[in-house]
Design a protein around this ligand. Structure first.
Ligand SMILES: [Zn+2]
Length: 687
């Protein structure tokens, strides 16, 4: 089937942190290459993206930083938008889901499905923070993992042992907001009955056996798994997002994965208010979503189900999702700062956008996870961009100036060898296009570089710099052909290396030519004057690479001590500060330095030690939960900090008269808090 127009979307990046190379390789770069190719081929295409600004992680980040969610998204919307632009990602619009258009659009679509009776209502028990007066998303609840005992497990997952959890499984759950123990409370939400819709979804997926095997396979495995698809809540108890537009849903917002893909529709409306429907509702339009593999379920199952039930929209025609890109052999992690950030790259490698574009495309994780290393980045630049493409182009330009003062010479007589080269040139655009149309970007880039290799080899074989002394006529033909190849490279490299393409077109002193123009071998007319040559690429030195690798390892070290973050892929942040107290509040606590006189294990409790302590004011018994970290022997004669005026309480039948102060690290391990200098007497006041 042929299409009149194409709408290409790239996953809406989440507005709680900047963009890294994993995001670029996963979807933004392939999407941009594809769109640039379609534009060059003269197709009607629109390229849509924007920031995804709703959801729980943004509200957590806002709380941790003491700013509003709107301030969080304003900050990252700008950082991301600027970085994309500077990297040459050529969105027709970079919109955002906190916009008015989006709220209205998402609201309308929800309302339509609601009015059609698509949703089912379900009342469920959910944890509620009575102090903060709000329902708690899974990530807002921390407790002890029932599997491994990690005390910092989240309501959806223990990051220590990897078990996925539901909040009610946590032992001793507490709220990230107030620290209080949450209570279960009933709440009503609206569910998309994916179980009931599953036959329709299945029929849709099965029409798309042409999808990439990783995408089609993942969809099939969900549909065919034992339990099949399950209903999923499309509303949440949260105060940040698109308010649920129905009565009785006050204080609730649309589920972020209900509203985010609708962001593509809203953005199209903002871009072309009078024409957007053509792209979304006309059967002759084609919708393509570029995403990373973690978003497949939302784009191949949930969003199509929403569109189907709505009834007016076309469905995604293809979802060419990529796998993940790793970095130096390790998973990219923003919380460990194991990433190459785009905005930093752009500062540190000025005017080298195309080098990163080239490396990421050449290593794109198209069929399996792949690795980015700085060594490989250097090798790709020095051995391919500089040594093949750059070298061929530079030789051609230099010789043209040297022999003909920059004028294109006439091709006088083609040899057999020349005719073979000319044939290769004319075939190149279709070869590259065929790969691009199947979303095989690495293969397409390989075909482009083959054309540069052909040129390089042609010059090396014919050696015009030697021939010029004996056969000027022949050299004219060789240089004419080399200039034709150079020109066609400028056209064909544009989707991959747009900055290089622009630079080369300027040197060649010609206007951009459409894709099929590269099938011609006469674009550079005899007599045409080219501009002074300039190097397209420069070498990346060892020192630059070493600096990058060192930077990565340094930041990894610096981040080691940080807690895993409830924002998932956000910065590591410790539990929030408790509410403010006065100095008088603090003054009520009587903390002294004491020395442990005796220590023994408490029977039937592996975590507890019974300590006899000289507090300087008396000798008393304290029961302390440090037995997993200190043996009784280690505790003997240790100086400790002790809260002496804490009301006594019985622990395992022993009256504990005070509390030993301890520091707890991110693994839940305890350490005594002791004076640093040796001459602090028992009874000294900690203040
Ligand atoms: Zn665990």
């Amino acid at each position: 089937m042929s299409f009149k127009r194409t709408l290409v979307t790239a996953a809406l990046p989440y507005a709680n942190g900047p963009v890294h190379i994993g995001h670029l390789a996963g979807c933004y770069l392939p999407a941009d290459i594809y769109v640039r190719y379609l534009r060059s081929a003269g197709k009607d295409v629109k390229f849509i993206c924007g920031s995804d600004e709703h959801g729980v992680p943004i509200t957590i980040k806002a709380k941790n930083e003491g700013i509003s969610p709107q301030q969080v998204v304003d900050k990252y919307h700008k950082i991301m938008g600027d970085a994309f632009k500077e990297f040459g990602i050529s969105f027709d619009i970079y919109s955002r889901t906190s916009s008015k258009t989006h709220h209205q659009t998402a609201s309308d679509i929800f309302k339509k499905l609601y009015d059609k009776g698509v949703f089912t209502e379900q009342v469920t028990d959910q944890y509620y923070d009575e102090e903060a007066k709000q329902f708690l998303a899974d990530r807002y609840i921390v407790g002890t993992c029932p599997k491994c005992g990690n005390e910092n497990a989240y309501g959806d997952q223990c990051e220590k042992c990897g078990t996925s959890l539901s909040p009610t499984e946590l032992i001793n759950p507490h709220s990230m907001l107030s620290g209080s123990k949450p209570v279960l409370k009933q709440t009503k939400n609206w569910f998309l009955p994916l179980d009931k819709l599953s036959p329709k979804i299945k029929a849709y997926i099965e029409q798309h056996k042409d999808w990439k095997p990783n995408v089609y396979g993942q969809c099939k495995s969900w549909l065919d798994s034992g339990d099949g698809l399950q209903p999923r809540a499309m509303t949440r108890d949260l105060d940040w997002g698109v308010p649920v537009p129905i009565k009785g849903a006050e204080g609730k917002v649309l589920y972020v994965w209900f509203d985010a893909p609708i962001g593509y529709i809203s953005a199209t409306k903002d871009l072309i208010p009078n024409e957007w429907e053509k792209y979304w509702k006309d059967k002759e339009s084609r919708l393509i979503h570029f995403i990373g593999k973690d978003n497949i379920v939302f784009h191949c199952i949930i969003f199509p189900a929403v569109l189907m039930e709505h009834g007016e929209f076309i469905l995604p025609d293809n979802v060419p999702a990529n796998e993940f890109l790793n970095l130096e052999g390790d998973k990219i992690s923003t919380s460990r700062n194991w990433a190459v950030w785009l905005h930093e790259y752009l500062l540190e490698f000025k005017d080298k956008q195309d080098v990163l574009r080239y490396t990421l495309c050449a290593n794109a994780p198209e069929t399996k996870d792949n690795d980015f290393t700085w060594k490989d980045f250097q090798a790709k630049n020095n051995n391919e961009l500089v040594a093949i493409l750059g070298n061929f182009v530079n030789r051609t330009l230099v010789l043209t100036h040297k022999y003909y003062e920059g004028h294109v010479p006439d091709a006088l007589e083609y040899s057999k060898e020349d005719l073979l080269i000319l044939e290769e040139i004319t075939k190149a655009p279709d070869k590259i296009a065929a790969s691009l149309e199947q979303f095989r970007f690495r293969e397409a880039l390989g075909e482009l570089m083959n054309l540069a290799r052909i040129g390089n080899k042609y010059l090396a074989d014919t050696e015009p710099w030697k021939l010029i002394k004996t056969d000027e006529k022949r050299v004219k033909t060789i240089m004419n052909i080399s200039l034709q190849i150079t020109c066609n490279l400028a056209i064909l490299c544009e989707p991959f290396l747009p900055f290089t393409s622009n630079k080369l077109l300027a040197i060649l002193n010609i206007n951009p030519i459409k894709w099929n123009g590269a099938k011609q071998t006469t674009n550079m007319h005899p007599g045409h004057k080219i501009n002074k040559e300039e190097l397209l690429f420069s070498k990346v030195e060892d020192a630059e690479i070493e600096a990058q690798v060192k930077k990565l390892h340094d930041s990894k070290e610096a981040n080691k001590a940080k807690l895993p973050s409830p924002e998932g892929e956000g910065l590591g942040v410790r539990s929030p500060q408790k509410p403010e107290i006065t100095f008088d509040d603090f003054g009520k606590m009587d903390i002294r330095i004491g020395t442990v006189l005796e220590a023994e294990k408490v029977k039937g409790a592996d975590k507890l030690l019974k300590l006899k302590i000289d507090t300087g004011i008396d000798v008393r018994i304290v029961v302390s939960g440090i037995a997993l970290y200190y043996t009784p022997e280690e505790m003997l004669n240790k100086q400790v900090s002790i809260l002496v005026n804490l009301a006594p309480r019985k622990i395992k039948g022993i009256e504990s008269q005070g509390m030993i102060l301890m520091a707890e690290n991110n693994k839940g391990e305890l350490s005594l808090v002791s004076p640093v200098k040796p001459d602090v007497n028992n009874g000294s006041v900690v203040k």
